[in-house]
Design a protein around this ligand. Structure first.
Ligand code: SF4
Ligand code: SF4
Length: 108
Protein backbone atom coordinates (compact mmCIF):
# COMPACT_ATOMS: atom_id res chain seq x y z
CA UNK A 1 0.00 0.00 0.00
CA UNK A 2 1.52 3.30 -1.07
CA UNK A 3 0.25 6.85 -1.56
CA UNK A 4 3.38 8.14 -3.24
CA UNK A 5 2.73 7.27 -6.89
CA UNK A 6 0.91 9.33 -9.53
CA UNK A 7 -1.86 6.73 -9.45
CA UNK A 8 -3.95 7.24 -6.31
CA UNK A 9 -4.28 4.20 -4.05
CA UNK A 10 -7.89 3.11 -3.55
CA UNK A 11 -7.06 1.86 -0.03
CA UNK A 12 -8.76 -1.42 -0.93
CA UNK A 13 -6.21 -3.41 1.10
CA UNK A 14 -5.75 -6.12 -1.52
CA UNK A 15 -1.96 -5.82 -1.70
CA UNK A 16 -1.80 -6.13 2.10
CA UNK A 17 -3.41 -9.56 1.88
CA UNK A 18 -0.47 -10.89 -0.15
CA UNK A 19 2.20 -11.89 2.35
CA UNK A 20 4.05 -8.56 2.22
CA UNK A 21 5.09 -8.29 5.88
CA UNK A 22 6.83 -11.68 5.78
CA UNK A 23 9.09 -10.35 3.04
CA UNK A 24 10.72 -7.62 5.10
CA UNK A 25 14.41 -7.22 4.31
CA UNK A 26 17.50 -6.83 6.51
CA UNK A 27 17.20 -3.03 6.42
CA UNK A 28 13.62 -3.21 7.71
CA UNK A 29 14.64 -5.57 10.51
CA UNK A 30 17.54 -3.31 11.52
CA UNK A 31 15.26 -0.23 11.52
CA UNK A 32 12.63 -1.96 13.65
CA UNK A 33 15.34 -3.01 16.12
CA UNK A 34 16.60 0.60 16.26
CA UNK A 35 13.06 1.88 16.76
CA UNK A 36 12.32 -0.69 19.45
CA UNK A 37 9.44 -2.12 17.42
CA UNK A 38 9.37 -5.52 19.10
CA UNK A 39 5.70 -5.77 18.14
CA UNK A 40 6.60 -5.80 14.43
CA UNK A 41 9.64 -8.03 14.93
CA UNK A 42 7.48 -10.57 16.78
CA UNK A 43 4.96 -10.69 13.94
CA UNK A 44 7.72 -11.04 11.37
CA UNK A 45 9.54 -13.83 13.21
CA UNK A 46 6.27 -15.72 13.69
CA UNK A 47 5.69 -15.95 9.92
CA UNK A 48 6.93 -19.23 8.40
CA UNK A 49 7.09 -19.54 4.62
CA UNK A 50 5.85 -23.00 3.59
CA UNK A 51 6.32 -22.91 -0.15
CA UNK A 52 3.39 -20.81 -1.30
CA UNK A 53 2.08 -19.01 1.77
CA UNK A 54 2.93 -18.06 5.35
CA UNK A 55 1.91 -19.92 8.49
CA UNK A 56 1.96 -18.61 12.03
CA UNK A 57 4.62 -20.56 13.96
CA UNK A 58 2.66 -19.91 17.15
CA UNK A 59 -0.75 -21.12 15.98
CA UNK A 60 -0.07 -23.16 12.82
CA UNK A 61 -2.78 -21.13 11.10
CA UNK A 62 -2.39 -19.64 7.63
CA UNK A 63 -1.62 -15.93 7.73
CA UNK A 64 -4.06 -14.40 5.28
CA UNK A 65 -3.92 -10.67 5.88
CA UNK A 66 -1.14 -8.51 7.23
CA UNK A 67 -1.67 -8.13 11.00
CA UNK A 68 -0.98 -4.40 10.60
CA UNK A 69 -3.84 -3.86 8.17
CA UNK A 70 -6.85 -2.10 9.67
CA UNK A 71 -10.18 -0.83 8.35
CA UNK A 72 -11.97 2.34 9.30
CA UNK A 73 -14.70 4.42 7.71
CA UNK A 74 -14.74 2.48 4.47
CA UNK A 75 -10.99 2.32 3.83
CA UNK A 76 -8.13 0.02 4.72
CA UNK A 77 -5.03 1.58 6.20
CA UNK A 78 -1.60 0.53 7.46
CA UNK A 79 -1.14 0.91 11.21
CA UNK A 80 2.67 1.01 10.78
CA UNK A 81 2.67 3.20 7.67
CA UNK A 82 5.68 5.34 8.69
CA UNK A 83 7.90 2.30 9.17
CA UNK A 84 6.27 -0.22 6.83
CA UNK A 85 8.68 -2.60 5.08
CA UNK A 86 10.40 -1.67 1.83
CA UNK A 87 8.36 -4.23 -0.09
CA UNK A 88 5.25 -2.24 0.85
CA UNK A 89 6.82 1.17 0.13
CA UNK A 90 7.91 -0.07 -3.29
CA UNK A 91 4.49 -1.43 -4.22
CA UNK A 92 3.03 1.22 -6.51
CA UNK A 93 -0.72 1.24 -7.19
CA UNK A 94 -1.27 -0.45 -10.55
CA UNK A 95 2.13 -2.18 -10.58
CA UNK A 96 0.65 -5.67 -10.20
CA UNK A 97 -2.38 -7.50 -11.56
CA UNK A 98 -3.68 -7.96 -8.00
CA UNK A 99 -4.27 -4.18 -7.76
CA UNK A 100 -7.54 -2.82 -9.14
CA UNK A 101 -5.59 0.13 -10.60
CA UNK A 102 -3.62 -2.27 -12.84
CA UNK A 103 -5.98 -2.17 -15.84
CA UNK A 104 -6.13 1.62 -15.60
CA UNK A 105 -2.35 2.12 -15.66
CA UNK A 106 -1.94 -0.35 -18.54
CA UNK A 107 -4.47 1.50 -20.71
CA UNK A 108 -2.50 4.78 -20.56
S1 SF4 B 1 2.83 -3.43 6.64
FE1 SF4 B 1 1.22 -2.01 6.10
S2 SF4 B 1 1.47 -1.62 3.89
FE2 SF4 B 1 2.62 -3.49 4.41
S3 SF4 B 1 1.22 -5.23 4.06
FE3 SF4 B 1 1.01 -4.62 6.21
S4 SF4 B 1 -0.70 -3.18 6.25
FE4 SF4 B 1 0.01 -3.32 4.13
S1 SF4 C 1 -4.13 -3.11 -4.18
FE1 SF4 C 1 -3.64 -1.13 -5.17
S2 SF4 C 1 -5.37 0.20 -4.74
FE2 SF4 C 1 -5.50 -1.54 -3.32
S3 SF4 C 1 -4.45 -0.84 -1.45
FE3 SF4 C 1 -2.92 -1.88 -2.72
S4 SF4 C 1 -1.96 -0.26 -3.95
FE4 SF4 C 1 -3.87 0.56 -3.14
Amino acid sequence: MSDTSDTPCLRCGTCCMADMIGNADAEDLARWKREGRDDILRVHSDALWVGDHFLSAATGMTIRDCPFLDFREGFFFCTIYETRPRVCRDFEPGSSAICPKHAQTRSR
